[in-house]
Design a protein around this ligand. Structure first.
Ligand code: 5GP
Ligand code: MN
Length: 326
């Protein structure tokens, strides 16, 4: 199937994060090295945050929201679609409808729980730290390390550190550290990558974080929970850019007695609230919480979803869940 494919698409999820972009670019790079005659394009539903723009091939990716017709034309003549770092086509929003309109074989490469039954070939391993780790293992199994460029190794490392909080969680086997060692052997500069990923925030983003922690974080000691909610107006005041709230939801978990944290942000078109959920420990499955209450899912300790009503009602809804279930 892979060898015969002439034109392929690599697609990843809405609001692409370090793993979505890293895994997609590494897979793109690998496919181009392994199958020089194959045409490969990487498409995301919307633009990735600026701090990922330095990665090799990032400038050649397409945001569906900006170039709908280009993507629609390209997809028509595709003979294989790779779906990376998501477990259900509805995670692609409008791009998902384009893919669903064709019966092109879909290959899933992902590490989220409970993949949907809408893929033709499934590489799903929830023990993988990141989709980047899974991409690395598949690439090794298919062709060996020599086909991975330094740029691909850098992309894989970005996915690895962003999905594990720099090896703080979701590292389930020693193999993940061996992968990091292999990437160093492929020539990555890990300090430089960490700096590009973590030391590139705007002043406004830091002020927004300060505002959240000082004035917006609500803690519920009895339920060992906390949440932060941000309206569009508040986000606009701090000149919000995509990716600015990345990581905010983790901060309340630094409080000793908080084991569940939520972040609610009003969408730009105000049609819904984006929900991010995190837990620490082995008791609270935020995947279940997101599935049951927020039309979403993800991992045991990190998940997301949507709430289709006002921010105020979302807060009340969540507080009610805390009261009744925690
Ligand atoms: P984040 O809170 O960083 O947006 O997402 C945390 C995790 O949950 C990620 O692994 C992400 O892929 C997953 N996730 C986020 N939003 C959704 C959603 O709406 N549906 C599903 N199924 N998973 C989501
Ligand atoms: Mn991931």
């Amino acid at each position: 199937m892979l060898i015969k494919a002439k034109r392929t698409l690599v697609a990843s999820h809405m609001n692409p994060d370090g793993d979505a972009v890293g895994a997609s670019l590494a897979w793109w790079s690998y496919l181009r090295a392994a199958y020089p005659d194959m045409e490969v394009r990487v498409v995301f539903p919307n633009k990735f945050p600026d701090f990922l723009g330095w990665m090799e091939g990032a400038d050649q990716t397409i945001a569906y929201a900006d170039k709908k017709e280009v993507v629609q034309e390209y997809v028509k003549a595709c003979d294989l679609i790779f779906c990376l770092d998501f477990n259900a086509i509805n995670r692609l929003d409008a791009l998902g409808e384009v893919l669903a309109a064709h019966s092109i074989p879909r290959v899933l490469i992902d590490h989220h729980l409970q993949p949907a039954e809408e893929f033709d070939l499934v590489f799903s391993d929830t023990l993988m730290s990141s989709t980047s780790e899974l991409v690395y293992r598949i690439a090794l199994a298919l062709g060996g390390k020599s086909l991975l460029s330094k740029g691909a190794a850098e992309a894989l490392y970005v996915g690895l550190i962003t999905d594990t909080g720099s090896f703080g969680f979701s590292v389930n086997t020693p193999e993940t550290f061996r992968m990091a060692a292999d990437l160093m052997e492929l020539g990555i500069d890990k300090d430089e990558i960490a700096s590009k990923v973590y030391d590139s925030y705007s002043e406004k983003r830091m002020r927004l974080l300060g505002y959240c922690l000082h004035s917006k974080m609500r803690v519920f000691p009895k339920q060992k929970a906390a949440y932060i909610s941000l309206s569009r107006k508040e986000l606009d005041e701090f000149c919000f850019q995509p990716g600015d709230t990345e990581g905010f939801v983790n901060f309340p978990l630094s409080i000793k007695k908080v084991a569940l944290s939520a972040l609610f942000t009003e969408s730009q078109d105000k049609t819904h609230i984006r929900v991010s959920l995190r837990s620490k420990g082995k008791v609270i499955s935020v995947n279940e919480l997101a599935r049951k209450h927020f039309n979403g899912g993800g991992h045991f300790n990190a998940s997301g979803g949507k709430y289709f009503d006002s921010l105020k009602n979302c807060e009340a809804y969540f507080e009610n869940i805390l009261k009744n279930e925690f």
